[in-house]
Design a protein around this ligand. Structure first.
Ligand SMILES: *Cc1c(COP(=O)(O)O)cnc(C)c1O
Length: 221
C-alpha cells in the first residue's frame, strides 16, 4: 500500500468512527506521528495535505522543524526532560506531555504562547509518564497560572493491559473534571494506530497516529 492509500484509509476509518459516535469529523485534528521517519516522508505527507505532525525526541524534532519551515504545526508528544523544555518550546506549537510542575515552570514565558495538554498516567507505573490522576487538578491550576501556556485539555497513552475503550472512558471523566475548572480546556489527545476508533468513541479531539499511516518505523540508534 502506498502512503497515499494508507492516509486515505485512516481518514476513512476516522470518518466512520465519527459517524458511529454521532460526532462531526471536522472537530477532530489528525496529528501524524513521524518520529524516526525521514524528512522526505513528511514532505510527501505535506503534499497530501497533512499540516499537523507529531514528534517525540527533541533533537530529531528540531532538525525537522528547521528543515520544513513555517507551514507546519509541530506537536511534541514524547516525554520531555526539564532541561530541554525551553528548547522544545521554541519550535513546538503544541506540547502534549506536560506532566509536572517543574515542566510548567520551565515552559512558562512572557513572550511565547504555547498550547499544552496535561498528560495523565492511566497506569500504576510512574515510568510511563503523565501525572497521577490524584495530582491532576493541582497541575491544571499550575498551568492555568503560568504565563504563556494555554491549557487545551488532557492527553494519555492507554495502558498495555487494559481495554483501550475502558481506559479512554476514564480519561473522558477526567477531562470533564478539568473542564469544570477550565471550560476552554475541552480537548482530549488520545488515540493511536491501534485504538483511534475507541478514542473517538470516548470523545478524543486530537488523534496521534503514526504507523497506520507511515508504515513501520525504521530502526534508529
Ligand atoms: C509513537 C507515538 C504515537 C503513535 O503511535 P502509533 O502506534 O505509531 O500510531 C502516539 N503517541 C505517542 C505519545 C507516541 O509516542
Amino acid at each position: 500500500m502506498s502512503l497515499d492509500e494508507r492516509l486515505s484509509g485512516v481518514r476513512d476509518r476516522i470518518a466512520e468512527a465519527s459517524r458511529l459516535a454521532g460526532r462531526d469529523p471536522g472537530e477532530l485534528t489528525l496529528v501524524v506521528v513521524t518520529k524516526f521517519q525521514p524528512i522526505e516522508l513528511i514532505r510527501d505527507l505535506q503534499a497530501l495535505g497533512v499540516r499537523d505532525f507529531g514528534e517525540s525526541r527533541h533533537q530529531e524534532a528540531r532538525e525537522k522543524a528547521d528543515a520544513l519551515g513555517d507551514d507546519v504545526t509541530w506537536h511534541f508528544v514524547g516525554q520531555l526532560q526539564g532541561k530541554k523544555a525551553r528548547q522544545v518550546r521554541d519550535y513546538a506549537h503544541v506540547i502534549h506531555s506536560v506532566d509536572r510542575e517543574s515542566l510548567v515552570q520551565a515552559l512558562a514565558s512572557d513572550e511565547l504562547e504555547t498550547d499544552v495538554f496535561a498528560q495523565i498516567n492511566l497506569t500504576d507505573d510512574p515510568a510511563r509518564g503523565g501525572v497521577a490522576p490524584g495530582s491532576l487538578m493541582p497541575l491544571v491550576d499550575q498551568i492555568l497560572a503560568a504565563p504563556g501556556l494555554r491549557l487545551r485539555g488532557v492527553m494519555a497513552v492507554p495502558p498495555l493491559d487494559e481495554e483501550p475503550r475502558r481506559a479512554y472512558a476514564r480519561l473522558r471523566g477526567m477531562s470533564e473534571a478539568v473542564r469544570g475548572r477550565a471550560p476552554g480546556a475541552d480537548a482530549i489527545s488520545a488515540g493511536m494506530s491501534g485504538d483511534f476508533a475507541e478514542a473517538i468513541a470516548e470523545g478524543a479531539t486530537h488523534l496521534r497516529i503514526g504507523t497506520a499511516i507511515t508504515g513501520e518505523r525504521p530502526p534508529r540508534g
